[in-house]
Write a protein that binds this ligand. Structure first.
Ligand SMILES: Cc1ncc(COP(=O)(O)O)c(C=O)c1O
Length: 415
């Protein structure tokens, strides 16, 4: 196996042999050579139907022709200038037209960067230090947000190297629990700069918000003069042509976009009302900068992706996921397999759990050994999904009904 050979080399070069931890799985990850539409091919020429889609950016599928052509064209003109380009304006206008409350924005290169700067901005704007996040909420890998979800404790670092002084300013509450949020605001009066939250959790599997939950956190942040930051790195342009904020009819103060918005190239965005955003340097004094920010390749890839998405019917994605759900329901009923499918339009996860999953602790009770068996079985049968129970699966406009049916049949077969 060529992947095995490559892994033996890569593990000497990169910690764990990979450049992002979730890419590792036992005994070694497959090395991927190319992708086209719904499929990827490994270095040994094996073909897989891909429901990982690079952890979400590729909603059009791999190597989309419009994105590829836009990038090729831009390459002819050069790929980095460190100066403003018209393409930045074009993309910002498309985003602003589809999500009007993103009046002003800044382009950066990763979701981690975007949440880091949004939090700094929120702290500066409110002149407060503390932020609130939920257990299992993932906002990239910087110090303020990398706080352990373990055992309901608040403010405990999840990684050595994060000073206690920093994590003490991050308060963690249960997702979908309005009472906890109320208590946190009562106990930290006039100290909370912002709540940062994924409107639909996507990093513990998929967990949608309960009715009224997002509205409630909008109200409590407004009442306490705190900002509401929707981290839409996963959810932006995932449920419809726009934000999850619009989908749920809850307007945040700041929005983070990533993944889809760059069409598979490095791009994330943070933005919101001009009154808040203008505090970013150089019009304000909240410092933020980046060599690759707004680079023309990511701009044209984003423009091509969003232009294409505008004419797509997201109902098709939802229908595909409901086919999978039917197989899950049949497997539960006919075969008594403990499964739950949680989904929101085009993102979903199958939990090996007999109970409903409404928060992180519910998700943690899933049978990860069975998930692992499922993952390996899928690989054997030519399907590629994220190798963890606590990630989301994604579906693209390239996936066919047959591919989805075939995937569903494997679920029905059992482990
Ligand atoms: C919700 C959310 N926020 C932030 C990030 C970090 O984004 P990036 O990996 O681009 O730094 C991720 C990454 O998966 C994410 O899912």
């Amino acid at each position: 196996m060529k992947s095995k050979k490559l892994f033996n080399v890569s593990r000497k070069l990169f910690p764990g042999g990979v450049n992002s931890p979730v890419r590792f799985y036992d005994p070694y990850p497959l090395f991927i050579k190319k992708g086209k539409g719904s499929k990827i091919f490994d270095v040994d020429g094996n073909k897989f139907i891909d429901f990982c889609l690079a952890y979400g950016p590729l909603i059009l599928g791999h190597s989309d022709a419009s994105v590829k052509n836009a990038v090729k064209k831009q390459l002819e003109n050069g790929w980095l200038f460190g100066a403003p380009t018209e393409e930045e304006i074009l993309l910002a206008k498309i985003i602003n037209e589809s999500i009007p409350y993103m009046e002003m924005m800044r382009f950066v290169s990763s979701g981690t960067e975007a949440t880091m700067h949004a939090i700094r901005l929120a702290r500066a704007y409110t002149n407060r230090k503390k932020i609130v996040k939920v257990f299992g909420g993932f906002h990239g890998s910087h110090d303020s947000v990398l706080v352990s979800p373990g055992s309901g404790a608040i403010g405990i670092p999840s990684s050595p190297g994060i000073p206690d002084e920093i994590s003490a300013n991050t308060l963690v509450v249960d997702y979908n629990n309005t009472e906890e949020i109320k208590k946190v605001f009562e106990n930290n009066k006039d100290e909370i700069a912002a709540i940062i939250i994924e409107p639909v959790l996507g990093n513990v599997g998929v967990i949608p918000p309960l009715d009224g939950y997002l509205k409630m956190i909008r109200e409590i942040t407004t009442d306490n003069n705190s900002l509401l930051i929707f981290d839409e790195v996963i959810t932006g342009f995932r449920f419809h042509y726009g934000s999850a904020g619009q989908y749920f009819n809850v307007e945040p103060d700041l929005t983070i976009l990533g993944k889809i918005v760059g069409g598979g190239f490095p791009l994330a965005v943070f933005g919101g009302k001009e009154d808040i955003m203008k505090n970013i340097s150089p019009s304000g004094n909240v410092y933020q900068a980046g060599t690759f920010s707004g680079n023309p390749i990511s701009m044209v890839a984003g423009i091509a992706t969003l232009k294409k998405l505008k004419n797509k019917d997201y109902k098709n994605l939802e229908n595909r996921v409901s086919i999978i759900n039917k197989y899950v329901e049949d497997a539960k009923n006919d075969k008594k397999i403990d499964l739950q499918l949680n989904s929101m339009v085009s993102m979903f996860q199958i939990f090996f759990n007999k109970n409903e999953i409404k928060n992180y602790n519910d998700a943690l009770k899933s049978n990860t050994a069975n998930f692992k068996k499922f993952f390996n079985k899928l690989l054997d049968r030519g399907f590629y999904i994220p190798p963890s129970q606590f990630e989301s699966l994604f579906i693209s406009f390239s996936h066919t009904k047959k591919e989805v049916e075939d995937f569903g049949r494997i679920i029905y077969e059992g482990l």
